[in-house]
Write a protein that binds this ligand. Sequence first.
Ligand SMILES: Nc1ncnc2c1ncn2[C@@H]1O[C@H](COP(=O)(O)OP(=O)(O)OP(=O)(O)O)[C@@H](O)[C@H]1O
Ligand SMILES: [Mg+2]
Ligand SMILES: [Mg+2]
Length: 481
Amino acid sequence: MNYEAVIGLEVHVQLRTASKMFTRVAAGYGQPENTLVDPVVLALPGALPVLNKEALNQIIKAGLILGCQIAPVCKWDRKNYFYPDSPKNYQISQYDQPICVGGTVEIELPGPSRNVMGEHKRVPLTRIHLEEDVGKLNHGATDSLVDYNRAGTPLMEIVSDPALRSADEAFAFLTSLRIALVQGGISDCDMEKGQMRCDANISIRPVGQAQLGTKVELKNLNSISFVRDGIAHEIRRQVAVVQSGGTIVQETRDYDGQTGASQSLRSKEMAHDYRYFPDPDLMPVRVDAAWQARIQATVPEHHFDRQRRFLADYQLPYTITSVLVPDRALADYFEATVRLGATPQAAGNWIANDLLRELGAAQVTLADAKVQPAHIAALVKLVESGVISNSIAKEVFVTMAQSGELPDAIVAKQGLQQSTDTGALEKWVADAIAANPKAAEGFKGGNEKALNAIKGAVMKASAGKANPQLVDQIVRKQLGS
Ligand SMILES: Nc1ncnc2c1ncn2[C@@H]1O[C@H](COP(=O)(O)OP(=O)(O)OP(=O)(O)O)[C@@H](O)[C@H]1O
Ligand SMILES: [Mg+2]
Ligand SMILES: [Mg+2]
């Protein structure tokens, strides 16, 4: 029997806000334990929550980016449970009225090869709701310590439909979602800092069966690659269980990305165990059309729309677009260069290859780069107008990346203009022919390629400054063709 996998993801993403969800204490990472706390975070008697409007703005923006419908009223519920990471014994969350409903994440599956765009698919979302993050338990050998710095940080939970069919699709989903949220300024989505966390729900069913199988939830998947590996592992495990006559039990399993093994954590509680009820301390908030429109105006172009535009309008190769587009600042930089008059293909090449290489070597971010769009636009112009050759331009690029000087200044100062001095060229060519008699004979015998050795020698003699078109003409003339 053949089985197919069914996967639904629950993705928790911390919103980038200055303060916490229901109090003015700062939200942050990496501070000394229990310093980002106050009576609201610690749930001291009498403390009352006050909504951080910015958190609501951010989740509405996330919903608009993903094409969700935004609920007209945002209401709050208590999710009751006892665990030391939550001092209130409940979490403020949204139960039956999530702020965002529907929407999709557009994904790209791996293409037939690196330089070919893969198939695109829209994965439907069930809902996105807002809740507060919980504290963190640090387990020692004999005891556990709790840190409430994270408690109360605004957190959204994005729940997908059970519509993914493979570990690769889940990988593509998280990759695209992360780009969209980072580009929208919703979150930095750093999984190492816990800003983005994913639970994967996995079941299998015989191919052709409509009814869903029993799901297993995988937790603690703290990188996108671990999500992919964990899902692939779980699918294999379930198929093996079923094929050996067993049945899948609904449970939560812990996947260890380092060892590639999983173990059962607990069998899943039912939703009604949480005794949800509306939070009497918080008033519902009406989100009218004008509010939505204000936020809609701040939604950036979706990265895949931008990629399609780069392919169609600038005729860039797919590989260049897939370097530029995932990084909003880099794509903006490219478009700024084109606006300054640079040919798009040339600008794309310089930015995706040389600029990134130099930034990487110097360990500098784009924001601190000495090479600005104006530098690249000027360099492209120098090459296209024949003032310098492409190989000299490569050297100029390295110099300007280090000094920040404009390319025209570097070319003038170092005398790098291509030589159109025919007297000098005639001499270099004559020398090169004398030094390469075999090549000269070869060309006369009809071998076009033999010219390259002579032209190469001329370029070398001129230190790269000879104008290649002129050299070609003069070589042919001297060889009598
Ligand atoms: N049979 C199934 N196989 C695979 N995935 C499923 C199946 N049924 C549901 N799912 C997925 O499981 C996830 C359920 O998430 P949801 O937050 O609604 O409930 P939960 O996991 O029970 O609650 P909690 O937030 O407490 O973990 C969704 O992503 C959904 O698509
Ligand atoms: Mg959930
Ligand atoms: Mg779950």
